[in-house]
Design a binder for this molecule. Structure first.
Ligand code: GLU
Length: 506
């Protein structure tokens, strides 16, 4: 291959929401392109109109906007190699179909689906190829005039690629190495259908990769079986010299490791398999997305990068630009990568910890507003800063921090039975007096004052502190006690102590 600028493409078919495995494929394309100073292109492969789903293309764009993986060329953005939607490239493909026919590298076939069915029923493992094509109804077996007149009279036909038997086909894969197959195992695949005047996936894919000067085809393992045919098409079109380099990425497997990760696994185990929520336009079914489930895009990217690749070091947290630097096909695995929900959550947790309290508070404010709580930004920032190490998702913030914003109205019964003793109301009364007299209500000063008082009176630290917590939080949970009381302030602390003494009683 000669000194081309690196150009890669992500080539989804708009047949529904993008599976998370597709996102991983796109990510690896992006990482490789950016590392090499190359271009990352979005091409929409919509030649199969029967599988077209409205909204799917917009969904794909939105997903990559959210993830922060911008395309250098795409249907929306345009570029020098457009159009970037295959349905808008019909005329281009026709030219190459004709070129293949003219060269004798492809032929026209008239066999109806029924006729093919009969063949399949009669011959075990029937395959349309060099061993059978001369028994079929095609331009190789029919006289030229008959072929012409059939076409003229509007008979539907397909164009098939003519695969010569007993040829060596080499797929040079950056992950798997050289894969050599014998052409005899391939069939004469349909590359064009007169019915919709469109090429099939294989031809459109190869023609576009060539015309768009794609240097590396990085895609899911499920396309590996198509690769020999694609190599054959390059050869037939006279483009073998400029063939892109292939890399077929390992499958994403079920958490248990057996078989491909599916939407059903997600439903069963409670995790999304799509980047964004998807509302099926036909069935009305709603499928959850990473975005709506509270994942941060940086966490999703970091997590996905590790499903099939590793840096060879212990480092697990990588920013996008660090991934661009570190990525290599040498460190991509050949075997499938097991999907691990706990790891996804762990990554989200790590990225939440990396967020500033200011940013975290900004995301939490709307939640508080919805609950009718007005609190100062400073207070919200302090509260989230104290509990962020306990959450995996922003949606969990409320459960971990509500007591900063609302006083308890009930008290956890188990904790009451265990922690609220005979002597507790009296102690809490004394504690109230102690705190009331303090001017510096910082956590450090409270702690010192309260601990001294406990020691002087030879109280049991655990009993006093747990009762105190119960009075302030309403349950035996939350971050460091004096951090909570510092944030809610002296007045509120005293009020809550009073309420607890009155209502828990004894
Ligand atoms: N349109 C194919 C897909 O939906 C593209 C496969 C490829 O990247 O060659 O995945």
């Amino acid at each position: 291959m000669t000194h081309h600028k690196i150009r890669v493409r992500f080539a989804p078919s708009p047949t529904g929401p993008l599976h998370i495995g597709g996102v991983r494929t796109a990510l690896y394309n992006y990482l490789f392109a950016k590392q090499q100073g190359g271009d990352f292109i979005l091409r929409i492969e919509d030649t199969d109109s029967s599988r077209f789903v409205p909204g799917a293309e917009e969904y794909i764009q939105e997903a990559f906007d959210w993830l922060g993986l911008p395309f250098d060329e795409s249907p929306l953005k345009g570029g020098d190699y457009g159009p970037y939607k295959q349905s808008q490239r019909r005329e281009i493909y026709k030219q190459y179909v004709n070129a293949l026919l003219d060269k004798g590298a492809a032929y026209i076939a008239f066999d109806t689906p029924e006729e093919l069915e009969i063949q399949r029923a009669e011959t075990a493992n029937f395959q349309y190829d060099a061993s059978t094509r001369d028994k079929m109804r095609n331009s190789l077996t029919l006289p030229a005039e008959e072929t012409d007149s059939l076409i003229k009279s509007g008979t539907q036909y397909v164009v098939r690629i003519k695969i010569d038997p007993e040829q060596e086909i080499v797929v040079d894969d950056m992950i798997r190495g050289k894969v050599v197959i014998n052409s005899s195992v391939l069939d004469d695949k349909v590359i064009y259908k007169s019915a919709d005047e469109l090429p099939t996936y294989h031809l459109a894919n190869v023609v576009d990769d060539h015309l768009m000067e794609i240097t590396h085809v990085i895609r899911g393992e499920e396309w590996l079986p198509s690769a020999p045919l694609h190599v054959w098409l390059y050869r037939s079109l006279g483009w073998e010299e400029d063939m892109p380099q292939f890399a077929h990425l390992p499958l994403l497997l079920k958490p248990e490791g057996n078989g491909k990760l599916s939407k059903r696994d997600g439903d069963r185990l409670g995790f999304p398999v799509f980047p964004l929520q998807w509302n099926d336009p036909k069935t009305g079914e709603v499928s959850s997305g990473y975005r709506e489930s509270g994942y941060l895009p940086e966490a999703v990217i970091n997590f996905l990068a590790f499903l099939g690749w590793n840096p060879g070091t212990a480092q697990e947290i990588f920013s996008l630009s660090e991934l661009v630097q570190a990525f290599s096909f040498d460190r991509c695995s050949k075997s499938g990568a097991k999907f691990d929900v706990e790891k996804a959550k762990w990554y989200n947790h790590q990225y939440i910890l990396e967020m500033s309290d200011t940013d975290l508070a900004k995301q939490f404010m709307p939640v508080l507003q919805e609950k009718g709580i007005s609190a100062s930004t400073a207070k919200v920032e302090k509260a989230v800063g104290l509990v962020k190490e306990r959450i995996h998702f922003i949606s969990e913030l409320w459960d971990q921090s509500y007591f900063f914003f609302i006083a308890p109205t009930t008290y956890d019964e188990k904790t009451v039975n265990k922690r609220w003793k005979e002597e507790t109301p009296g102690q809490m009364q004394q504690l109230t007096g102690l705190l009331e007299g303090m001017d510096d209500f910082s956590a450090a000063n409270q702690e010192k004052t309260v601990m001294d008082w406990i020691q002087q009176n030879q109280y049991h630290t655990g009993n006093v502190m747990n009762a105190f917590r119960l009075a302030i939080v309403g349950a035996g949970k939350g971050p460091h006690m004096f951090d909570i009381t510092e944030v809610i302030g002296k007045e509120e602390t005293l009020r809550r102590l009073g309420t607890a003494i009155d209502s828990i009683g004894k």
